[in-house]
Design a protein around this ligand. Structure first.
Ligand SMILES: *[C@@H]1O[C@H](CO)[C@@H](O)[C@H](O)[C@H]1NC(C)=O
Ligand SMILES: *[C@@H]1O[C@H](CO)[C@@H](O)[C@H](O)[C@H]1NC(C)=O
Length: 458
């Protein structure tokens, strides 16, 4: 008896010490209003990743990745799905539009994407008791509701939120209202699912009498999708736990949208419905914070914004037009023309406060190639008084005055430049200023569309 007690004591003693987490996830996040070129950074890191994850958002996000001059568009699939050696994982924080998912896979398959079904895993929260996180399904009627809500906003306030009308907002709303349906519901007993679906559809029809839902047709379609989805579904928390605590693995998390579109930290109410800052990695995947490793912020060398809302460094003139046309600033998801302006470091510094960037990827520097003079916004003032940080109140943000630092342009092409030293000295100064201002190193500088055009600084 004494012997066995001593042995069990020994085994506990070996546990009683603080240990460093085994594997950590590397995170790539947008640091402005989106469209920073996250896809390119993700693609670069995904080349030698073992797992690439999405933790939030839905098919409202858009990444374009160019490989061997083929342009792939991703909305829901992690763009890491291009890597044949990596598993792509869609976490519980993501909202999935099923027709969209299969359509997207199909489109990219036609361009050359192969074997994605074997490499794609989708989280299912049914098997865990810790059902704090939901995995909602964007049904077609959420898309219809989104459109109606936008119309109402238009009539009431004369302006809308500028959503992508992909039903993301209404889906996250039903998640919070706890009548959302998750992937686990869809792939288990379909008759039970059908009941729940009819209740949810009824709820929406009561709320929006104009809504026209053909419930039977929807169900028929969903049944087909459920069959195709089933083999991809996995217990997400268990999947991530094994990945984090097993043998050494490179795990990448690709953020969708961006810091200033975050539901909590963004320019509310002109934001998306998910958590686009670093906390979303934990809640959207079921990853403990101690396993969050490097966090890379993707910053475009200037600023763009889609839709309405305050935009302090916007250049509504030739400068903006030049950035818009040279940068081909049209939305991947919506085709909408993006508003353009100078780089705003007050805003990026704020994103850094929330996310704690380890380093920055500065993208699309080449778009500035032809400008004789380039500006960076460094301070906001209201009534002559500088603000200490980024304002929460949009009425304040609308009236801030921006103080700029002016830089001479380089007026030559950076296309084909492959090292920091080869960059014109004016471009080098521009980069160094950003690093000093943010106190964050720039790790990559993008000067083109291809993978090779991401210059690595260290
Ligand atoms: C985002 O974070 C908030 C906390 O502010 C949380 O309540 C919410 O559930 C999260 N949203 C999503 C969609 O994960
Ligand atoms: C361009 O437009 C912005 C406002 O959109 C303005 O602040 C700026 O002075 C304009 N620049 C020039 C050169 O006219």
């Amino acid at each position: 008896v004494t012997g066995s007690r001593a042995r069990s004591r020994d085994s506990v003693d070996s546990l009683r010490s603080l240990r460093e987490p085994q594997n950590k996830v590397t995170v790539v996040l947008g640091a402005q209003w989106g469209d920073e070129g996250k896809g390119k950074v993700v693609d670069l890191l995904a080349m030698d990743a073992d797992i690439v994850c999405r933790c939030q958002g839905g098919n409202n996000a858009g990444h374009t990745v160019v490989v061997d001059s083929v342009e792939y568009d991703f909305h829901l699939l992690p763009s890491g799905v291009l890597n044949k050696k990596a598993i792509s994982f869609v976490g519980n924080g993501v909202v999935i539009h099923l027709p969209g998912l299969f359509e997207e896979a199909e489109k990219n398959s036609q361009k050359g994407l192969q074997g994605w079904e074997e490499r794609l895993k989708i989280s299912d929260r049914a098997l865990s008791n810790l059902a704090l996180l939901f995995f909602c399904v964007v049904f077609n009627f959420h898309q219809a509701v989104d459109g109606i809500q936008e119309q109402l906003r238009q009539q009431q306030a004369g302006k809308n939120l500028g959503t992508t009308k992909k039903g993301i907002g209404p889906t996250y709303s039903s998640k919070a209202a706890r009548n959302g349906l998750r992937v686990c519901d869809l792939v288990s007993d379909f008759t039970v699912f059908e009941e729940k679906f009819r209740v949810l559809a009824g709820h929406f029809q009561t709320t929006y009498p104009n809504l026209n839902i053909d419930i039977d047709a929807e169900l028929e379609q969903l049944k087909g999708y459920a069959e195709r989805l089933r083999p991809l579904v996995t217990d997400g928390v268990y999947f991530m736990h094994k990945a984090l605590n097993g043998p050494s693995k490179k795990i990448l998390v690709e953020g969708a949208n961006a810091a200033l579109l975050d539901i909590d930290f963004g320019t509310y109410p002109f934001v998306t419905s998910s958590n686009c800052t670093v906390g979303g990695v934990c809640t959207g995947l079921g990853v403990p914070p101690s396993h969050v490793g490097r966090v890379y912020g993707v910053v475009k060398a200037y600023t763009t914004r889609v839709g309405v809302g305050a935009f302090p460094t916007e250049q509504d003139n030739d400068t903006g037009d030049l950035l818009q046309s040279r940068g081909r600033e049209f939305g991947v998801t919506t085709g909408r023309r993006r508003r353009c302006g100078w780089l705003d470091l007050v805003l990026v510094r704020y994103a850094h406060m929330v996310n704690g960037f380890s380093a920055i990827a500065l993208t699309k520097l080449d778009i500035l190639d032809t400008l004789p003079e380039i500006k960076i916004g460094i301070t906001y003032t209201v009534d002559g008084k500088p603000l200490p940080s980024f304002p929460a109140n949009m009425d304040v943000l609308t009236k801030v005055q921006v103080t700029y630092e002016t830089f001479p342009g380089w007026c030559c092409s950076t296309e084909g430049v492959r090292s920091f030293d080869e960059l014109p000295s004016q471009a080098q100064s521009y980069i160094c200023f950003i690093e000093k201002f943010l106190e964050v190193p720039v790790k990559w500088v993008g000067v083109g569309k291809s993978r090779e055009s991401m210059i690595k600084l260290f």
